[in-house]
Ligand binder design. Structure first.
Ligand code: NAD
Length: 316
């Protein structure tokens, strides 16, 4: 199978390396020169708790280096780069090419639909955790399941084959028919935990230690739940707010991805998380004032550097 991974950061490198080790013909595409050079010269190094491995894999800065259309394109840039990276890689897309997004939040699928038909798009969730250690190096921080499915809900033999290739490559993967509900389950978790931890500069568990923060989870997730209901999205949990709190408890010592972005001075994926709730809310006629406010606060936080966040990162 010919595979292009768009965005060879933490997750793109992790998935690309598994598929390459599993015998697939994989290209990593990224804009980070030092990283691409290091991968081509010394291989990609994946660090685990107590050891590391080196995976030989092709990487490029220039998508035009790749001539053929792909069987699979795995989109693993941050959500705000999805449109741009696809425009640069349009020549890799043929009638039979499948596009898969495992990015966080919602809205990426809408962007993919600008480039291919719905029958070519798969989406899903990943419970793997990874981060970039340096050029050519990533940490595999946590293992978990990958759940994928065609967004039109019609999985065929092609999708079954894709899931089994992932599985055979060491990526524990399950194929699901109704993938949207699952994506929204994860979205609601991000809606409740990410912006609050990023604004308050705290780990997930702290949100359950005060009435004020718990009530903010209720308000944010409550609005998102209303939007899901009005959009006919079937969530897996009868009590989504309780579910979000149980995840905050289970991941109490974790720094959310949005907190990490803020601490590192990077743009966040807020538009695809709380911003997406407000956007969808407008479409289905549900008011989402708390999500709108928190989206604006995070955008302000991205820009306002009041104190030295690098110093604060060391405090955690
Ligand atoms: P990352 O920042 O490590 O990687 C993104 C990569 O995209 C970077 O290497 C960047 O240089 C590259 N990039 C940016 N613009 C590009 C362009 N125009 N063309 C090609 N490459 C470009 O991000 P990540 O942590 O791997 O996250 C990727 C996605 O996966 C996000 O949506 C995130 O929410 C999701 N996700 C991450 C994790 C995790 O543990 N890291 C877990 C679940 C989901």
């Amino acid at each position: 199978m010919k595979v292009a991974v768009l965005g060879a950061g933490a997750m793109g490198s992790l998935y690309g390396a598994h598929l390459a080790k599993g015998g697939q013909d994989v290209w990593l595409i990224d804009v980070w020169q030092e990283h691409v050079d290091a991968i081509n010269q010394h291989g990609l190094k994946i660090f685990y708790d107590d050891h590391f491995e080196t995976v030989e894999i092709k990487a490029t800065l220039n998508p035009l280096d790749i001539e053929n259309t792909m069987d699979l394109i795995l989109v693993f840039v941050k959500s705000y780069h999805t449109g741009l990276v696809l425009e640069n890689c349009i020549h890799l897309i043929g009638d039979k090419t499948k596009l898969l997004t495992l990015q966080n939040g919602v809205g990426n699928v809408d962007i993919l639909e600008r480039f291919v038909s719905r029958t070519q798009i798969l989406a899903g969730t990943t419970a793997h955790g990874a981060n970039v250690r340096g050029p050519g190096q990533i940490n595999h921080a946590g293992k978990g399941k990958t759940i994928i499915g065609r967004i039109d809900g019609i999985n065929t033999k092609d999708e079954e084959e894709l899931a089994s290739i992932f599985h055979a490559s060491g990526l524990d993967t399950e194929l699901r028919d109704r993938i949207e509900g699952l994506i929204w389950d994860k979205l609601l978790v991000n809606v409740g935990i990410n912006p609050l931890t990023a604004l308050l500069l705290v780990k997930n568990g702290i949100l359950l230690e005060n009435n004020e923060t718990e009530e903010l989870i209720d308000l944010l997730v409550g609005e998102a739940w209303e939007v899901a209901k009005k959009s006919n999205i079937i969530l897996s949990h009868n009590d989504p707010i309780g579910h979000v709190k149980s995840i905050a408890k289970a991941t109490g010592e974790n720094k959310s991805s949005m907190l990490q972005d803020i601490l590192k001075g990077r743009k966040t994926e807020i538009d695809f998380i709380n911003g997406a709730i407000t956007h969808k809310g407008k479409e289905v006629g549900v008011a989402t004032p708390y999500n709108e406010l928190i989206t604006r606060l995070i955008k302000a936080k991205e820009k306002v550097k009041g104190i030295d966040l690098k110093y604060l990162e060391g405090v955690f």
